[in-house]
Write a protein of this length. Structure first.
Length: 267
């Protein structure tokens, strides 16, 4: 999903930089491992912008990542209007909290896990699937931002046990990734055990972000989109529900032990 004005800017910059380098479409195509006709199609907007193509173009043209950075901007601006305020709050957050009863949180997903989840929507083309995977992985860069002090996630144990024969390999890799993530001081993951059968989190997933000004923003996703929460009374409810699910979850060490145990039992 791309913002068309920004995508047009990328195409214009690509053409300008190619001409400045005095390269024909055929010459440039050989350098980036595309045909001349493919380069033409990209510049004319007849072919979707390709991350690999733009990465190679940045390398060949010596643009220090300009084109791929613009692609990230285009993908972000192409997000639905209801999601953009949350993306902004997420990027600027000093603290992030997330409860997920059914999936690994997007910020902690591996590429293969994200692709499998996104691909389960059979209305999406393969190109759209790959774009959404790229956007999701790009979002994870916020976990390395110096301003983010903590990201705390609570997930139901059932999320970790969802691994039939066709999904087990992906899930093993995902569990290993979660264990590695928890080794970082700013990331904390807590598993809500299966024997806690009734809890307020069953009402659905939600996230909370605290900005540098101390204010909180919430987000609740659902089948048709999502809702950004900024009213004080609603945020107070989500904070209360967060404290409830967090108090029922295992501690960090117990959660890691559970994940490692699952990996061992499957191997």
């Amino acid at each position: 999903m791309e913002s068309e004005p920004t995508a047009e800017l990328i195409r214009a910059q690509l053409r300008r930089l190619r001409l400045k380098a005095e390269l024909s479409q055929e010459e440039f195509g050989k350098l980036v491992h595309f045909s001349g006709s493919q380069v033409s199609a990209v510049e004319l907007g007849q072919r979707p912008l390709d991350r690999f193509f733009l990465k190679r173009a940045d390398e060949v043209l010596g643009t220090d990542g300009l084109l791929t950075s613009l692609l990230k901007l285009a993908e972000r601006d192409g997000q639905p209007s209801w999601f953009r305020p949350w993306l902004e709050a997420e990027r600027q957050a000093q603290q992030l909290r997330c409860y997920q009863p059914s999936l690994v949180p997007g910020l902690l997903q591996t590429e293969h896990y994200a692709r499998a989840i996104i691909r389960s929507d059979d209305t999406l083309s393969e190109d759209e699937v790959e774009k959404r995977v790229a956007v999701r992985l790009d979002r994870q860069s916020i976990l390395t931002q110096p301003d983010l002090t903590t990201f705390v996630a609570v997930i139901d144990e059932a999320v970790l046990r969802r691994a039939d024969e066709g999904f087990r390999g992906i899930m093993e890799q995902q569990l290993a990734h979660l264990v590695a993530c928890v080794d970082r001081s700013e990331v904390s993951l807590h598993v809500l055990p299966a024997d806690v059968s009734l809890h307020i989190g069953l009402a659905g997933p939600f996230s909370l972000a605290r900005g540098s000004d101390g204010g909180w923003v919430g987000y609740m996703g659902h089948q048709l989109g999502g809702t950004v929460i900024d009213k004080d009374e609603d945020l107070a409810v989500l904070q209360s529900r967060w404290e409830s699910v967090r108090s029922e979850a295992l501690c960090r060490r117990q959660s890691v032990d559970l994940m490692k145990g699952l990996m061992t039992s499957w191997s």
